[in-house]
Design a protein around this ligand. Structure first.
Ligand code: SF4
Length: 343
């Protein structure tokens, strides 16, 4: 998907990059929260996206009100998707954020359309819908409100504590349809967090979010992702993380070892060379065959996390994620590659 497919005719500001044509309004805000971030406001033509048939994702329909993510996780493998916008998958991904300002009204319209059959909609599957931009644009209340009014089942995966702002809406929706949430917490190490997930709430804060959601009747799962080889994967680290998840009331935990797909791979390896140069050769060896850690490594992580989950009474774990949904009959639209971004 390119820029010229996202927008409708709309006057652009003088600061809109030529690349984006006349369909986008570009804004910057000089507040500390948004310093260095540029927002590109677009009016999307569609908002419910069909996950391409070849996808391995356990969901078929998604809604993504943003592209790019100021949470800036170094390993994020949604990074590659920014290159489809003629932006780079490094700093631009962190700081050039596309905002689909008409997402709530468009969703309401699409849910009411004759072809929509009320299938499960997954959010937070590409980039975080509760990243910092959401504090300003407030798109999620309108989105959840539309899903509630149509009793349409949905799930949200996030690292953002802002989801608690919408707790009342989530509870209202949960009274009429299936609502599930998940937070991702791959490790507890605060030094590691500050460098590899620099724009996110702390792991402890995310676990508090999980606890609050569960206490308020909103089922919250924990995606223990990513487990970073040689940085957060010792048995002691895994055990401490699972224990914290259990103490936060996480209902289950799913471990995922780091993936290094193109886009994320270059960015992560550059980060590694600065922060942990002694690990470079070990990573090159571990990921020599491609984007995924070897099966033996993945099995080791899963087995150990399962053991700790059993120890702390939150098993069984599983290797899927939010949920699987049946293939729907009526296609609405396809929005480029959908990727689980290890939120
Ligand atoms: S992993 Fe999730 S929270 Fe982190 S940058 Fe990517 S989309 Fe944002």
């Amino acid at each position: 998907m390119r820029w010229d497919n996202l927008g409708r005719d709309e006057a652009a500001t003088a600061t809109t990059p030529a690349l984006f044509g006349t369909d986008v309004v570009t804004r910057t805000f000089d507040t500390p929260e948004f310093r260095g971030i540029t927002f590109h406001e677009v009016r999307a033509r569609s908002i419910v996206n069909r996950v391409p048939g070849a996808s391995q994702m356990p969901f078929d329909w998604t809604v993504n009100p943003y592209r790019g993510c100021s949470h800036a996780c170094v390993y994020c493998f949604a990074r590659k998707t920014h290159s489809y916008l003629d932006l780079d998958s490094g700093l631009d991904f962190d700081s050039q954020i596309v905002v689909k300002v008409n997402a709530p009204e468009l969703l309401r319209k699409e849910l009411a359309g004759p072809r929509w059959q009320g299938q499960h909609i997954a959010m937070g599957t590409n980039v975080d819908c509760y990243q910092r931009a959401e504090g300003r644009y407030r798109l999620m209340p309108g989105i959840i409100g539309a899903l509630r009014d149509h009793a349409n089942p949905f799930s949200i995966l996030t690292k953002g504590s802002l989801i608690l702002r919408d707790l009342d809406l989530l509870r209202q929706a949960a009274r009429v349809t299936e609502v599930s949430t998940a937070v991702s917490v791959g490790f507890l190490d605060r030094d590691l967090w500050r460098t590899v997930e620099p724009g996110t709430p702390s792991p402890g804060k995310r676990l508090e979010v999980c606890r609050t959601l569960n206490e308020n009747g909103i089922r919250c799962h924990v995606l223990m992702a990513p487990v970073l080889p040689y940085l957060s994967d010792s048995p002691e680290q895994l055990r401490a993380t699972v224990r914290a998840i259990a103490e936060a009331g996480g209902t289950s935990v799913t471990p995922l070892a780091l993936h290094l797909r193109p886009g994320a791979r270059e960015w992560y390896m550059a980060w590694l060379s600065v922060h942990h140069p002694r690990l470079l050769s070990r990573y090159k060896s571990l990921y020599a065959e491609g984007s995924y850690a070897p099966k033996w490594y993945q099995r080791r992580i899963t087995r150990q996390v399962n053991e700790f989950a059993t120890e702390f009474g939150i098993g069984p774990t599983h290797t899927g994620t939010l949920r699987a949904v049946p293939a729907p009959a009526a296609p609405v639209t396809v929005e480029g590659p959908t990727q689980l971004s290890l939120l």
